[in-house]
Ligand binder design. Structure first.
Ligand SMILES: Cc1cc2nc3c(=O)[nH]c(=O)nc-3n(C[C@H](O)[C@H](O)[C@H](O)COP(=O)(O)OP(=O)(O)OC[C@H]3O[C@@H](n4cnc5c(N)ncnc54)[C@H](O)[C@@H]3O)c2cc1C
Length: 299
């Protein structure tokens, strides 16, 4: 259907830069009148809900080939921010080195959205369900601010409050591999609780990556919790309590209390902050209880 004159005037111009530098140049020139677009699945909901205005210029990052793809690079898995959630889900490299992230993206929206939605868009969203997994995986983000590359951890990004004048150029997950000669084993858990089984916004999202000795002693542990509009945070107090210990009843009770204390979700029309706190604490404790060798068979 043809647009009338008024609609044409309101329609944004779509630009397809060929390089990161060109994209940043456009953003610098037009400022808040321009927005980077990736899969546009989040932007579209914001425009439709009226929570963000349709800008005059859309800078389509899909035209920059170097922003897509998953590769092994200097001891890390480097994921281009334009990589779709579907491609993350089917990546052999991620399945081998970061199954936690594969599990997280599998739980985001449905196929049709995941085919368009990108990991970068989810990260920039800040409360995206992939972010707790990236925090638990100790992922690093690479940004370009127009003059230089900037690096920060996913954890630092989530806890920051600045808007994004920068371009996300890479998401890097350190390669962790099981050492066949070691008696430690890596484990991970991702849990998302929503208002229905699938294709649902999250109320609470919990991601855990750890390493345990044969007897269950935890040698590494990173726990992150988010969900809804709650900024994902690392549960450092629970980690400190459990590291170096076998998660028994008393230890897990303390970890439960620590999550209640440190996780600060928001109340919204769907769930109270207390419900979310208890859910997060239960998810953390259940995941750690079930990975312990003495409890696994009872699970
Ligand atoms: C029906 C539906 C269900 C959904 N369910 C979920 C869900 O379960 N969990 C969840 O987490 N999300 C969900 N979403 C939200 C959204 O789809 C995802 O978060 C998605 O990953 C966003 O990616 P995108 O590529 O579409 O981002 P876009 O909408 O293109 O962009 C999102 C933001 O990121 C910015 N941006 C994108 N790439 C870059 C970059 N490289 N550098 C700087 N800024 C950038 C954009 O300017 C914009 O501000 C859902 C959306 C819909 C429509």
């Amino acid at each position: 259907m043809a647009l009338n004159q008024e609609e044409l005037l309101r329609s944004p111009a779509v630009w397809q830069p060929r390089s990161i530098e060109e994209a940043i140049g456009m953003k610098e020139e037009w400022g808040s009148a321009a927005v980077y677009t990736a899969g546009s699945t989040l932007l579209r909901t914001q425009w439709e809900a009226g929570t963000a205005a349709m800008p005059r210029h859309l800078i389509d990052l899909g035209s920059i080939a170097s922003l897509s793809g998953i590769r092994e690079e200097e001891g890390a898995i480097a994921i281009g921010p334009m990589t779709t959630l579907t491609d993350c889900r089917s990546s052999g490299l991620l399945a081998e080195h970061a199954p936690l992230l594969v599990d997280a993206v599998r739980n985001i929206a449905g196929w049709s959205v995941r085919n368009l939605a990108t990991l970068g868009g989810n990260v920039v969203y800040r409360v995206g369900d992939a972010v707790p997994a990236l925090i638990a995986l100790n992922a690093k983000l690479e940004w370009h601010d127009g003059s230089r590359l900037l690096f920060e951890s996913a954890e630092e990004w989530a806890s920051s409050s600045y808007a994004v004048p920068r371009l996300l150029t890479s998401i890097r997950i350190p390669c962790e591999e099981d050492d066949p000669t070691s008696n430690t084993k890596r484990f991970f858990a991702f849990h998302k609780v929503g208002r229905r089984e699938a294709f649902t916004p999250s109320l609470v999202t919990v991601a855990i990556q750890g390493e345990a000795e044969e007897d269950g002693t935890l040698t590494k542990l990173r726990i992150a919790a988010g969900g809804g509009q709650t900024t994902p945070v690392r549960m450092t107090r629970a980690e400190e309590l459990l590291l170096g210990a076998k998660p028994d009843g008393a230890g897990l009770q303390q970890a439960f209390e620590a999550v209640l204390e440190q996780y600060e979700p928001r109340t919204d029309p769907f769930a109270t902050d207390l419900y979310r706190k208890r859910t997060a604490a239960n998810l953390v404790v259940a995941a750690l209880w079930s990975q312990s060798p003495s409890n696994a068979s009872k699970g």
